[in-house]
Design a protein. Structure first.
Length: 304
C-alpha cells in the first residue's frame, strides 16, 4: 500500500464532504475540522491547521448554499464562498500542494440552449452564483495547481436536498406542484466524491496532472418535475404512499433568488483528461431512493 497521505477536507459534514469521508482511499488520512474548529476565511486559522502536519492536498466543498437567504446575507455569503477559497488556495500554494475546489452551475445565467462548457462566459443571476464565481477566480489566481469542479442538483443520503424533501412532503400530502421549466442534471454526491477522490489522487501523485476548470454531473438531463416523478416511481415500487405530481412554471413558484433555466453541464473535458465517465442520473437516483426508502411491510410480503 502507498504511504498515508493527509488531506485537508473542509465542509466535511456537507453532502459531498460526508460522502468523501465515506469513500476516501485507504491511504488517505482525512482531516476534516468543523466550522467551529476552522473558519476557512481566517488566514491565521488556516495557516495554523496547515502547519499541524504535512498535507498532500486541500479539498474544499465548503460553501454557503442557502441560495435565497444569500440575497440579503451578502457579506456572509461572499466571506465563505469567495474569501474562504482565496485563503485556502493561497495556503495550499505556499506549501506547494494542490487544491480541489467545488463550484456550481449557478455561475451561469441558464440562457444557453445546450449544455454549458467550462469556457462558456459566466453570468450569475444572484448573490450565491456571483460569490461562487468569485471563489473560482480566487482559486485560479491563488494556486496554479488547482482543479475547480462545477456540479449541480446535488442529492445524497446526507443533509437537505430535493429528493429528501420530496419524500418527506410526499408522505403527508396528496399533491405536490413541482417546477417543470428548469432543466439540469441530477447528481449524486457519492459520485461527486468518487470523482473528487480520483482527481485529488492524481494531482498528488502526478505533478503534470491536468489542472483548470471541469464539470461533473450525472449523465442525462431532467426537470425538477421529472426528478420528482422518478423519485416517487422508485418509492412506490417499494410500497411507499406517494402523491400526485403536477408540473408548474418558475413563475408559479417565485423565489428571492433567480434560478438558471438551463443548468446542464457538459462533462466531456473531464472524461478526456481524467477518464471519469458519469453514470446516468436515473441509476444514481434510484440507488439513493432505495437507500432512503425502506421496503414497506406490505410490499415485502408481496414479493416473497
Amino acid at each position: 500500500m502507498s504511504a498515508q497521505r493527509a488531506i485537508l477536507l473542509t465542509g466535511g459534514s456537507g453532502q459531498v464532504g460526508s460522502c468523501l469521508r465515506d469513500i476516501a482511499p485507504e491511504n488517505w488520512e482525512i482531516v476534516a475540522p468543523s466550522h467551529a474548529e476552522l473558519d476557512i476565511a481566517d488566514a491565521d486559522q488556516v495557516a495554523a491547521v496547515m502547519a499541524s502536519r504535512p498535507f498532500a492536498a486541500v479539498i474544499n466543498p465548503a460553501a454557503y448554499t442557502a441560495v435565497d437567504r444569500a440575497e440579503t446575507d451578502i457579506v456572509a455569503c461572499w466571506r465563505v464562498n469567495a474569501l474562504g477559497p482565496a485563503v485556502l488556495a493561497d495556503a495550499a500554494a505556499r506549501t506547494g500542494i494542490p487544491i480541489v475546489h467545488l463550484s456550481t452551475d449557478y455561475v451561469f445565467d441558464g440562457a444557453k440552449v445546450s449544455a454549458y462548457l467550462e469556457d462558456d462566459p459566466v453570468a450569475p443571476l444572484g448573490v450565491y452564483g456571483a460569490s461562487k464565481e468569485g471563489g473560482e477566480q480566487a482559486v485560479r489566481t491563488g494556486n496554479p495547481r488547482h482543479v475547480i469542479l462545477r456540479t449541480a442538483w446535488v442529492v445524497s443520503p446526507h443533509g437537505s436536498n430535493f429528493i429528501k424533501t420530496m419524500l418527506r412532503l410526499g408522505a403527508d400530502r396528496p399533491l405536490l406542484r413541482v417546477v417543470a421549466d428548469q432543466h439540469g442534471c441530477p447528481t449524486s454526491a457519492i459520485d461527486i466524491a468518487h470523482a473528487v477522490a480520483t482527481i485529488a489522487q492524481r494531482l498528488v501523485e502526478d505533478a503534470d496532472a491536468p489542472v483548470g476548470t471541469y464539470h461533473f454531473v450525472n449523465a442525462g438531463e431532467a426537470s425538477w418535475f421529472d426528478l420528482a416523478k422518478a423519485t416517487f416511481a422508485v418509492a412506490a415500487a417499494r410500497g411507499a404512499k406517494t402523491p400526485a405530481v403536477e408540473p408548474i412554471t418558475t413563475a408559479d413558484y417565485p423565489t428571492p433568488a433567480r434560478r438558471p433555466a438551463n443548468s446542464r453541464l457538459s462533462t466531456q473535458k473531464l472524461q478526456d483528461d481524467y477518464g471519469i465517465v458519469p453514470r446516468p442520473w436515473l441509476t444514481a437516483v434510484t440507488e439513493l431512493v432505495e437507500t432512503l426508502q425502506p421496503i414497506s411491510v406490505d410490499r415485502a410480503v408481496e414479493t416473497q
